[in-house]
Design a protein around this ligand. Structure first.
Ligand code: PMP
Length: 395
């Protein structure tokens, strides 16, 4: 009998450890006794089940081949046209052929990492930042450097320092209602950021899944729309928070050469995103008043956010601070020094409430006093009750 030789081991590239803490926390939402403010799920009542059923029916009845056959890698032309029109209306004038449809914004990040990063390259990110972006850059073998932030988003002086010292190839940021903090990048900083990228030469990935969910104040122009940024800034968008995350549809809007590199990377990854999902989404966007639906979503999230903000002083220990989001789905809290939100989570779950500890959102040394709360998925009474439980768990 020849001896058995084991296959080579697995590659451990992700910078973050094990399975996502968020997924583990999400598992708790299955327990009926736990009110979970951990996940980033859009409010279920906003999902237009009937409208999407009709859109799928239409796609399969009217255009069965378009819906069921293999198709082009860069995405359904009608969907790209509708999305490009929407971007143009919102201040970034682009033709449809600047877009690539992706399998969620998450795939957009993976494709951009493939197109832009070699192992060992440096990526700058906000501190804290979106956990799954950290995983994505970790899998690309990048060295991820975090940049200080405050209530107005990334600190431009701190970024300039990191740019001089570490020469990042790209900066990843979520300027509107950031995940996890809910903060928004101030206008002057958007302009300064574009100037810095122009004079120092680095890519910007502007990840904007939440921008349409503004419920206070006036919309700010994208970094990608700033003068000087057009050939080095990439806008990433998603239908997850506007329509339904289960569709798994997002997009990249990139300068031509980078767009082409993403198309090739996508060919290797999955040939193209689901044709039936793209056709249904195109039909839906082309036949519904999305702005009216979004007005409803914004009002719902505004009220939920307000309810959480009202309840927080009673829920968090004295001396805690928290963000006051102008939109999106999350807020970020910081407990007084000495608290450890990771260690406190099991106690919170025992009291029937869950949140995400802040630590996994840090590329650098984590701040254990922080946590993320989503105000999107629960109604007002549950928010009040959840915050009451949190108050008990934290005393
Ligand atoms: N970027 C950010 C900042 C996110 O919060 C999310 C989803 N939570 C994504 C990207 C991925 O979104 P999608 O569902 O489009 O893949």
């Amino acid at each position: 009998m020849p001896s058995r030789v084991p296959p080579p081991g697995l590659v451990h590239r992700s910078g973050t450890t094990g399975s996502s803490v968020i997924r583990e926390a999400l598992a708790l939402t299955n327990r009926p006794d736990v009110l979970s403010f951990a996940g980033g799920l859009p409010a279920s009542e906003l999902l237009d089940i009937e409208g999407l059923r009709t859109a799928y029916d239409h796609a399969l009845t009217e255009h069965p081949l378009r819906a069921l056959q293999y198709s082009v890698t860069d995405g359904d032309p009608r969907l790209r046209e509708l999305l490009a029109d929407r971007l143009t209306q919102r201040g970034l004038s682009v033709p449809p052929d600047r877009l690539v449809i992706t399998t969620g914004a998450q795939q957009a990040l993976a494709l951009l990492a493939t197109a832009l990063l070699k192992p060992g390259d440096t990526v700058a990110v906000e501190e804290p930042t979106y956990l799954a972006a950290l995983q994505c850059f970790g899998y690309a073998g990048a060295r991820v450097i975090s940049v200080r932030t405050d209530d107005d988003g990334i600190d431009i002086d701190a970024l300039a320092h990191v740019v001089e010292r570490d020469r990042p190839r790209l900066l990843y940021l979520v300027p509107d209602f950031q995940n996890p903090t809910g903060r928004t990048l101030a206008l002057a900083r958007r302009e300064a950021l574009a100037r810095l990228a122009e004079t120092k030469g680095f890519w910007i990935i502007e990840d904007d899944p939440y921008g349409e969910l503004r419920f206070h104040g006036a919309r700010l122009p994208w970094v990608t729309a700033q003068e000087g940024a057009h050939d080095r800034s990439v806008l990433v968008g998603s239908l997850s928070k506007i329509l339904a995350p289960g569709l798994r549809l997002g997009w990249i809007c990139a300068p031509p050469a980078l767009r082409q590199a993403c198309v090739l990377a996508k060919q290797a990854a999955d040939l193209h995103s689901s044709t039936v999902d793209q056709a249904a989404a195109a039909h839906y966007l082309g036949t519904h008043d999305i702005d009216a639906r979004l007005d409803h979503a914004r009002a719902l999230y505004r009220d939920r956010c307000a309810a959480m903000l009202t309840a927080l002083p009673g829920a968090l220990p004295l001396g805690s601070t928290w963000s006051r989001p102008d939109g999106g789905m999350f807020l970020w809290a910081k407990l007084p020094e000495g608290h450890d939100t990771g260690a406190l989570l099991p106690r919170a779950v025992d009291h029937g409430v869950a949140y995400v500890p802040g630590a996994p959102f840090f590329a650098g040394p984590p701040d254990p006093t922080t946590l993320r709360l989503s105000f999107a998925s629960h109604g007002l009474q549950d928010i009040e009750e959840g915050m009451r439980r949190l108050g008990k768990a934290f005393t």
